[in-house]
Design a protein around this ligand. Sequence first.
Ligand SMILES: Nc1nc2c(ncn2[C@@H]2O[C@H](COP(=O)(O)OP(=O)(O)O)[C@@H](O)[C@H]2O)c(=O)[nH]1
Ligand SMILES: [Mg+2]
Length: 191
Amino acid sequence: MKNVMKEIVFVGRSNVGKSTLIRALTGKKIPVGKLPGVTRKPLKIPYQNIQITDMPGFGFMSGASEESMEAIKDNIVHYIEDNASNIALAVMVVNSGSFAEIVDRWAGRNEIPVEVELYEFLQELNIDVIVAANKIDKAGNVDETLDGIAERLGMMPPWKQWLDKIVPVSAKKGNVRGLKELIQKKLEGKK
Ligand SMILES: Nc1nc2c(ncn2[C@@H]2O[C@H](COP(=O)(O)OP(=O)(O)O)[C@@H](O)[C@H]2O)c(=O)[nH]1
Ligand SMILES: [Mg+2]
């Protein structure tokens, strides 16, 4: 075995709460942005015997050009490709309240949204992905919201069939136990 720290990458659109979530999971004070796009480079956070990587957020950012948004996406893809052998797990963070709407808007233009593309890309690389449905504190009907997310990622509802793939969280309220347990379980399984 190579003597390098295994890595968990956190990916997601800007402002979905990646940094807040990593802070809630690890207790480490990492920069949390008032403005989207605070995390521009992969930020490496050592945690226990693993490295957590806070990836730059992709998608729309006020003040960013189309090219720089594309460049961020390319950076993420290259980073993941280059480090695939070391990546034990990916956590894709989504904003529960807007995920379905964003996917549908893109689908209406016959386009694939970045997060769906990334989700498929991770699967192709055989990287295990957990979808962290964040800001669930703001969702009206929790089950309906989670069904909508699962469905748009190709997982047939009800979402409860996919408890090892999708987990509701509220990073802001510190409600992240389900995710913590799932991460632990997946890492154990990989030993
Ligand atoms: N209501 C709610 N707000 C959240 C939650 N998690 C993060 N936020 C807020 O979302 C904003 C973006 O969070 P941040 O962690 O910087 O997002 P990032 O760009 O994905 O790293 C901040 O104002 C957070 O306080 C959550 O679970 N619920
Ligand atoms: Mg961030």
